[in-house]
Structure formats: structure tokens, C-alpha cells
Design a binder for this molecule. Structure first.
Ligand code: FAD
Ligand code: 2HG
Ligand code: ZN
Length: 454
């Protein structure tokens, strides 16, 4: 039971005693009907890589794991439409598509473990949303099972379908609160023939913003990622991995730029020209272009590896937020100041905080503020919360850019959504899942909820 009861960050724990592993939509339907009839709470679990505790049975719910629902159902080589079971691992789907010359329109650091049902349920954003858009646009259809066992078969493979409400959108990012996704159809783009990557250092966040503007203007249609990293995040990667840094010098900020196109020489030339231009204008202090596939992977791992390296010391307080670009990094500075002023950060074991780092999907105004800790500590939490959420609320940002609400942010939803919207969400939840549920082994009912316990 161990892997089903914990999470990736070692932050949330459940004591669930039953995991069910259905192999088909019909089996999911029978399980959910049984649980609903007997008022038993359940929690859907995919790869269990979520970062907000949503897949962990913290209320000792029955876990319904999608791991055995892992078939690729069909792929149309002309339209690029893929239909898969929800338990297919993201990387497996992408490798399948690579053989056909296509690409899964989502990529993220957890691709080797996360599953497509989990990706769609969290509306994961990832590293190339800038280019391929959100799952709200690329997912064409879904098969899902409602809490009472009803199967919704909407595995549409058409790009256009304006026939009434687009109900599937409620499941995309619904985090399993109104039903379980059992299959997904998705529009996949052609795999780009040419991929180029540059890693750049800059002296200030303002200069990174200028570089982003230039990248959009000069690389336009081939730009596929623009990722931000501060020096603290890169120091962490270096400290944990003891690896050679991509650039000789050290800078307060770095960005990783990726281009994807169809003509390698043309794209490389464009990227080189861009690099020359931003260096001559003193926007970028130094930069390197990957020369081959190995170097591309190694530069990407400086960015993708941050989550793992930050968690290396014990745990991480994570804030995944959307902020208008000009203010994006201010939150990291102010958070670090607060932590330091509280005397919580230091190099020895007596201090809970190791470092405060900032990075993220600059192209989507999505900051990842991470506080690396040696252990989870109430004092640290009190300095961070509700401070971060109030800060976001004041600036009209979003308290969840891409990871979802889960259990971590439920009480803070009001900082990004007003009461009218929260009431509407509650009504939708009730419509799909009206009955209260209880733990498998004990009598008390959850106060209001559900299928998936509050
Ligand atoms: P789980 O963690 O198992 O579940 C996530 C939520 O969805 C839970 O609430 C669960 O109950 C629900 N759920 C799962 N399956 C179903 C289903 N079939 N039907 C209904 N509900 C379901 N996220 C990003 O957005 N962008 C990133 O760049 C990114 N990078 C990451 C990098 C790392 C190293 C890690 C560990 C995580 C990262 N994430 C990222 C978090 C991201 O949310 C998950 O990796 C992924 O989308 C979750 O998929 P999963 O299969 O692991 O879902
Ligand atoms: C990423 O962009 C993921 O790397 C994870 O969304 C962010 O660990 C995090 O906070
Ligand atoms: Zn992210």
C-alpha cells in the first residue's frame, strides 16, 4: 500500500487499506456504482506525481488506480488524433507518436510516471504550452464515469463540435471531483524535425523580460519554449548534482529557449542571429547553443531537474502561481526576505529552510516559487501562508497556474475566485455527486462531500 498512501513531496499521507485496479471503463463503472450505493469515498489515482496532494487518500478513501488501463486505442496518421486509456504513461504515448512522426502536445518533467488521465484531470501545462496550447484546446473528447457509475461516452475525434455545452471541459482540470476519466482523444501535432536549444545568462529580471520580447519577435513561429531559472535554482542543481554548469560565468537569472521547426539549418541560423543580437544589445550577458541531442538533453535537465534537486534536502513548500510578467519575480524576493527576517534560513541543520528559489514557464507568466526545506515546519508554513496567497490575490494573479487545487490550496480558493464562482462550482459538484460519502472503516460521514472526499 505504501506508494499509494504517500506523495512525491513526502508531504501528504493517507492510511488507505484498499486499492482497486480496474482494467476497463466497465469495471470503473461497477466500482463507482458500488461505492456510491454504499456511500464509500474514493480517490482516483494516476501516476501519483501531482504536487498538491489531490491523489493521496488523506481521508483514507479507497484508491482507484488507473495503472492497468494502459492501452493505446487508436491513432489516425492523417488527422493526428490519438485515443488512449487514461492510465497510459505520458512518455509511452509520446514514444508511440514519435514512431509515427507525431508529438504529444504536452511535456513535463514527470513524463516517465504521470498518466494521461492525471494530466487531463489536472489540466497540466508543462514546458511547451507556449507553442501547443492548453489541454482545454487539444483534448477533443473524453470517456468518463460519474460517481453513480454512469458512463459518459464523449470520445469525439472531431476538431469542431459546437453541439451544446462542452461538458468535457469540466473534467479537464476537474481533479477527479466530478468523475473519473477512463479515456482521452487528443489532437497531436507533427513532430518537429529540427529542435534547437539555447541557455542564456542575464544580469537582471528586467533583461530576461527584454530577451523574451526579442525571442517572440525574432523567433516567432519556431519558438517552442521560454523557461526562466534564477541563480538560486541553478545553484541547487549544481549543489545536488555536482555537475558542470552550462555557462562559464554565474548570473542572477537564466533562461532556456527552445525552437522547433522543419528546417534545422534555417532554425539554427535564426537562433544564432538572435543570440548575437541580444548579446550585442547587452540584454544577455552570455549564452550557449546546444550542438547535438546530448547537449539539448543536458541543457533541458538544468531546468527539468530543479524540482528533484530542490526536494533533495527533505521537502519543498511549493507555490505554482500566475503573475503579470513585470511583477513575476518580486514575489520570490519578498518571500526570501520574509524567511530570512524570521531567522529560518541557514546552512546548518538547526535551520529548516535551505533556500528560496524561483523558476517557471516565463512564456505563460507562470512562476514556481519553491522553498526547499530540511523538514516541514509549522513556523515556515506560517511565514509563507497566507502571505503568498494574499500577495497573489492583491495583484489579481492565480493561486494555481497549472498544478491544481488538491488539498493544498482548497482553503485559499477565494484568493483567485469570487463567491459567486465558488458557489457555482459547489452546485456543479452537487449535481454530479449529490451523496455524502464516508471512510471505508469508520462511521462518520464527511460533512458535505463526496465521491472524492473533501
Ligand atoms: P495523479 O497525481 O495521480 O493525480 C492528480 C489529480 O488528478 C488527483 O486529484 C487525482 O485524484 C486526479 N486523477 C488522476 N487520474 C484521474 C482520472 N483518470 N480521472 C479523474 N481524476 C484523476 N504539472 C504541470 O502542470 N506542469 C509541469 O511542468 C509539471 N512538472 C512536473 C514535474 C515533476 C517532476 C512532478 C513530480 C510533477 C510535475 N507536475 C507538473 C505536476 C502534474 O500535475 C503531474 O505531474 C501530472 O499532471 C499528474 O498526473 P498523474 O497521473 O501523476 O496524476
Ligand atoms: C515544473 O515546471 C513543474 O518543473 C514542477 O511544474 C514545478 O516543482 C515545481 O514546483
Ligand atoms: Zn511547471
Amino acid at each position: 500500500m505504501e506508494p499509494y498512501n504517500g506523495d512525491w513531496m513526502r508531504k501528504y499521507r493517507g492510511h488507505c487499506k484498499l486499492v482497486l485496479k480496474p482494467a476497463s471503463t466497465e469495471e470503473v463503472s461497477k466500482i463507482l456504482k458500488y461505492c456510491n450505493d454504499n456511500l464509500l469515498a474514493v480517490v482516483p489515482q494516476g501516476g501519483n506525481t501531482g504536487l498538491v496532494g489531490g491523489s493521496v487518500p488523506v481521508f483514507d478513501e479507497i484508491v482507484i488506480s488507473t495503472g492497468r488501463m494502459n492501452k493505446i486505442r487508436s491513432f489516425d496518421e492523417v488527422s493526428g488524433v490519438l485515443v488512449v486509456d487514461s492510465g497510459v504513461v505520458l512518455e509511452v504515448a509520446d514514444q508511440f507518436l514519435a514512431e509515427k512522426g507525431y508529438l504529444f502536445p504536452l511535456d513535463l518533467g514527470a513524463k516517465g510516471s504521470c498518466q494521461i488521465g492525471g494530466n487531463v484531470s489536472t489540466n497540466a501545462g508543462g514546458l511547451r504550452l507556449l507553442r501547443y496550447g492548453s489541454l482545454h484546446g487539444t483534448v477533443l473528447g473524453l470517456q468518463a464515469v460519474l460517481p453513480d457509475g454512469t458512463i459518459i461516452d464523449d470520445l469525439c475525434t472531431l476538431r469542431k463540435n459546437n453541439t451544446g455545452y462542452d461538458l468535457k471541459q469540466l473534467f479537464i482540470g476537474g481533479e477527479g471531483t466530478i468523475g473519473m476519466i477512463t479515456a482521452v482523444s487528443i489532437q497531436c501535432p507533427q513532430r518537429p524535425k529540427a529542435v534547437n536549444v539555447a541557455f542564456l545568462g542575464a544580469d537582471s529580471f528586467e533583461k530576461i523580460q527584454l530577451a523574451f520580447r526579442e525571442a517572440k519577435a525574432q523567433l516567432s513561429e519556431i519558438l517552442s519554449a521560454f523557461e526562466l531559472m534564477d541563480s538560486y535554482s541553478q545553484d541547487m542543481v549544481h549543489r545536488v548534482r555536482q555537475n558542470k554548469r552550462p555557462l562559464d560565468g554565474e548570473y542572477p537569472f537564466y533562461c532556456l529557449i527552445e525552437t522547433s521547426g522543419s528546417n534545422s539549418e534555417h532554425d539554427a541560423e535564426k537562433l544564432e542571429k538572435f543570440l548575437e543580437d541580444v548579446m550585442s544589445k547587452d540584454i544577455i550577458a552570455d549564452g550557449v547553443l546546444a550542438q547535438d541531442e546530448t547537449q539539448i538533453k543536458s541543457l533541458w535537465s538544468q531546468r527539468e531537474g530543479i524540482t528533484e534537486c530542490v526536494g533533495h534536502f527533505g521537502g519543498t513548500y511549493k507555490y505554482d502561481v500566475s503573475i503579470p510578467l513585470k511583477d513575476l519575480y518580486r514575489l520570490v524576493d519578498e518571500t526570501r526576505e520574509r524567511i530570512e527576517a524570521a531567522g529560518l534560513k541557514g546552512d546548518t541543520d538547526e535551520f529548516p529552510v535551505v533556500e528560496v528559489v524561483g523558476y517557471g514557464h516565463m512564456g505563460d507568466c507562470n512562476l514556481h516559487l519553491n522553498v526547499a526545506v530540511r523538514r516541514y515546519d509549522k513556523r515556515v508554513e506560517e511565514v509563507l501562508e497566507p502571505f503568498v496567497y494574499e500577495w497573489i490575490g492583491k495583484i489579481n494573479g492565480s493561486i494555481s497556474a497549472e498544478h491544481g487545487i488538491g488539498i493544498a490550496k482548497k482553503q485559499y480558493l477565494g484568493f483567485s475566485r469570487n463567491n459567486t464562482m465558488i458557489d457555482l462550482m459547489k452546485q456543479i459538484k452537487k449535481l454530479y455527486d449529490p451523496l455524502p460519502k464516508r471512510r471505508l472503516s469508520s462511521v462518520p460521514f464527511y460533512k458535505t462531500h463526496p465521491f472524492k472526499a473533501e
